[in-house]
Design a protein. Structure first.
Ligand code: CA
Length: 221
């Protein structure tokens, strides 16, 4: 799942980016409020980690602007100031969760998984589509009760399909959900990963709709 981290502190931003990547997230990182709004307008983030004290536009202004535009992307705010008022203002402005610095990266990633889960209408920690079951925290997959060994990208691709079962996804949408800025993408990367998924799980898990995109049916095989 692709996450945007908005944090102006270089050391902290670097640490969050590395920690989330280590835990299987695809991560972009910007350091000010204006860049954050541009990035969110351009890319389909599953969630945003937003510092409140930022140059150019504050985290609170970014949040208010997103919600004014009816952008529903889940937002977790980071606050250094452990005051109740700060958290109340953030939550009232449309934040979905918060963490007070310093925080544990394991807790941050668990909270992000919970936010993404709620946003996609899947209250259970496991994502299930037909006979497929995926555990985003443990990063494991089973099909008809049998564990499947997938590469990191195959897992990410499957998670995107399962979170969007019943919806047609274009190749561009898939690529931007799976790759951060600056990552090399081979032109046929999505097709190669999908080929492997079909081979490892079932040829019918995802349909190719020529010229349109790809679809995992809601009642997957
Ligand atoms: Ca800051």
């Amino acid at each position: 799942m692709r996450i945007l981290v908005v944090e102006d502190d270089a050391l902290l931003g670097d640490g969050i980016q590395a920690g989330l990547r280590q835990r299987g997230f695809v991560v972009d990182w910007v350091r000010d409020g204006v860049s954050a709004l541009h990035a969110i307008a351009a890319e389909p983030y599953a969630a945003v980690v937003l510092d409140l004290g930022l140059p150019r536009r504050s985290g609170l202004e970014v949040l208010k602007s997103l919600r004014q535009e009816k952008n529903p992307v889940p937002v977790l705010i980071l606050t250094a100031r452990d005051t109740v008022e700060d958290r109340i203002i953030g939550l009232d402005a449309g934040a979905d969760d918060y963490l007070v610095k310093p925080f544990d990266l394991g807790e941050l990633s668990a909270r992000l998984r919970a936010l993404i889960r709620r946003a996609s209408g899947q209250p259970a920690p496991l994502i299930a589509v037909g006979a497929l079951s995926l555990d985003p925290a443990a990063r494991t997959v089973s099909y008809r009760g049998e564990p499947k060994i997938l590469s990191a990208r195959e897992f990410d691709l499957l998670q995107v399909f399962m979170s969007n079962a019943g919806r047609v996804l274009s190749r561009e949408q898939l690529a931007s959900a799976l790759y951060a800025w600056g990552e090399e993408i081979e032109s046929n990367a999505i097709d190669v990963h999908l080929h492997h998924l079909r081979k490892k799980i079932s040829p019918d898990i995802v349909q190719t709709l020529r010229g349109v995109g790809y679809l995992m049916p809601k009642e997957a095989p």
